[in-house]
Design a protein around this ligand. Structure first.
Ligand code: SF4
Ligand code: SF4
Length: 112
């Protein structure tokens, strides 16, 4: 009867990792994996930000679930479109007196 179980000798000869080489279960060895996962591909609408209307209250930065609002030195600099998934929360939460965001269909940027 064939078996996939390898003997200690097989493992040592082929220099395959043994059970002691396996990472501890549930251990995350490399943080920041969500940064590599570009959720911007899902987006059907894009927030277009108007710097002239923005008062830098940073409410959009607090509410954005993807940390896609780029802030430098306490001021909004734009949107990280690799990670913005177009939920529109920033536009919803931006104070009515500012309305610095307009949600625009992605097709207007990418062609139809
Ligand atoms: S649309 Fe959503 S994901 Fe994109 S910047 Fe606004 S709040 Fe963040
Ligand atoms: S919520 Fe609106 S006004 Fe406030 S920082 Fe964001 S874009 Fe600017």
């Amino acid at each position: 009867m064939a078996t996939d179980v390898k003997s200690k000798k097989d493992v040592e000869e082929k220099k395959e990792p043994g059970w002691k080489d396996l990472p501890i279960g549930g251990l995350i060895e490399k943080p920041g994996t969500s940064e590599a996962y570009k959720t911007g591909d899902w987006r059907t609408q894009r927030p277009v930000w108007d710097s002239e209307k923005c008062i830098n209250c940073l409410i959009c930065w607090i509410y954005c679930p993807d940390s896609a609002v780029i802030v430098e030195d306490g001021k909004v600099k734009g949107i990280d479109l690799d990670h913005c998934k177009g939920c529109g929360i920033c536009a919803q939460e931006c104070p009515p007196k500012c309305k610095a965001y307009t949600m625009v269909n992605e097709s207007e940027f990418r062609g139809k």
